[in-house]
Design a protein around this ligand. Structure first.
Ligand code: ZN
Length: 396
């Protein structure tokens, strides 16, 4: 089946009527529906499905074994995300199995299609949670304590979805099976639009991290509290949002964003008691940018008689994808270009452990993590063809 056809099959799952686009978060109804759909597609192709101890799904063509060629992506989304970020890699992987069979290719090595859980960190705040747990780059104790916005811990959410929290954590045997990993993804930028081709290979992923700043003041009545008698944490929070833009703008290769801010209790007629501000910062100068943001936040908090606490929620060093694998893929596909990205991926997490590569599919809008994210059906199918071509080569 074509990748574009498979994508059409899941087009109604997890639509977000409020934000537009899709909201599919790990272990919520939409994401569980997509897991069910994936299991059905695996069955239909005679692939053996297993859920690993961290909730990632593996569909094996040939028995699981060492030196496996693995491809896949994720099915979760950011809040109000696009239709392609994640699912495109999964449908392309399934379609690539079909294309290989049509071409009469039988892999000599085990081949698996994987769906990683909580890639976006949209529910528990840590991106690539599934691959970080499996590779041991995130300790299980830390993951189990993570809470979603409703206060549900990852341990409870995992238990409700049939996982054993006692077994969550590093899975060296599973990671040891992976010989090479290739993730196909919609491009999150305009690189391919400008180059005029449907497919590229990935070169690097810039360093990136997430921090939470909690401003604390005095909650009070919006009408009864005089203006000169307030300790309103919204003030330093707002000043910090502006400081993030100012500080990042003076560090040329840095991208820093506040896309989420939560006042507590969050009432129109209430001075907030606390305000949480999340900072996403990416680029080579992030450590100094975050230090400067923290200093600005502290100064703004003190001026308002408030306090601020900063906590790192995740960090990923810059990743350079395996150059030999990247060049092999590029050559096999007719010297397609290599593109860097500012977006994190499970392939980047895995690349610390196994040779990993990425294929990007052209996104004419250049927009991602928003409903306008797009790929033409012809490009989607060209991406699956390209994936089938490289999988056939790697699994010889
Ligand atoms: Zn993604």
């Amino acid at each position: 089946m074509t990748a574009s056809g498979l994508l059409a099959d899941i087009a109604d799952v997890g639509r977000d009527r409020t934000r537009g686009g899709y909201s599919r978060h790990v272990f919520d109804t939409a994401e569980l529906d997509l897991r069910e759909w994936f299991a059905g597609e695996a069955r239909r192709r005679g692939l053996d499905l297993e859920q690993d101890r961290n909730g990632n799904l593996w569909a094996w063509w040939g028995g699981p074994g060492p030196d496996a060629v693995v491809t896949g992506s994720h099915l979760d989304s950011v809040p109000g995300g696009g239709a392609f970020d994640g699912p495109l890699g999964v449908v392309s992987a399934l379609s690539a199995v079909d294309i290989m069979r049509e071409r009469g290719v039988t892999p000599a090595k085990p081949l698996a299609v994987v769906v990683f859980g909580e890639e976006e960190g949209g529910r528990f705040g840590v991106p690539c949670l599934g691959s970080r747990l499996s590779t041991g780059s995130l300790p299980a104790e830390k993951a189990l304590r993570l809470r979603d916005p409703d206060g549900v811990t990852f341990a409870d959410a995992a238990r409700r979805s049939g996982l054993d929290p006692e077994r969550i954590g590093a899975d060296p045997e599973l990671v040891g099976r992976i010989g090479r990993f290739v993730e196909l993804h919609v491009e999150q930028g305009r690189g391919l639009v400008d180059l005029g081709g449907p497919v590229a290979v990935g070169s690097t992923v810039i360093a990136h991290g997430r921090w939470r700043l909690t401003f604390a003041g005095q909650g009070n009545h919006a009408g009864a509290t005089p203006m000169d008698d307030r300790r309103d944490p919204m003030l330093p929070a707002a000043e910090t949002v502006a400081a993030v833009r100012r500080i990042a703008a003076s560090a040329p290769a840095t991208r820093a964003t506040v896309g989420r801010l939560a006042p507590n209790p969050g009432g129109t007629n209430v001075i907030a008691s606390t305000v949480d501000v999340w900072l996403d910062a990416r680029g080579p100068d992030v450590p100094s940018v975050v230090r400067d943001v923290e200093a600005a936040a502290r100064a703004a908090a003190e001026a308002e008689g408030c306090t601020v606490e900063l906590r790192e929620e995740s960090w990923s060093d810059e990743v350079v994808f395996d150059p030999a694998l990247r060049d092999e893929l590029s050559a096999e596909l007719g010297d397609v270009p290599a593109l860097p990205t500012g977006a994190g991926h499970d392939a980047a997490v895995l690349s610390a452990h196994v040779p990993a590569a990425m294929l990007y599919v052209r996104n004419p809008t250049g927009v991602s993590h928003a409903p306008e994210e797009f790929a033409e059906a012809s490009d989607v199918d060209a991406g699956a063809e390209a994936l089938a071509t490289v999988l056939a080569r790697l699994s010889r």
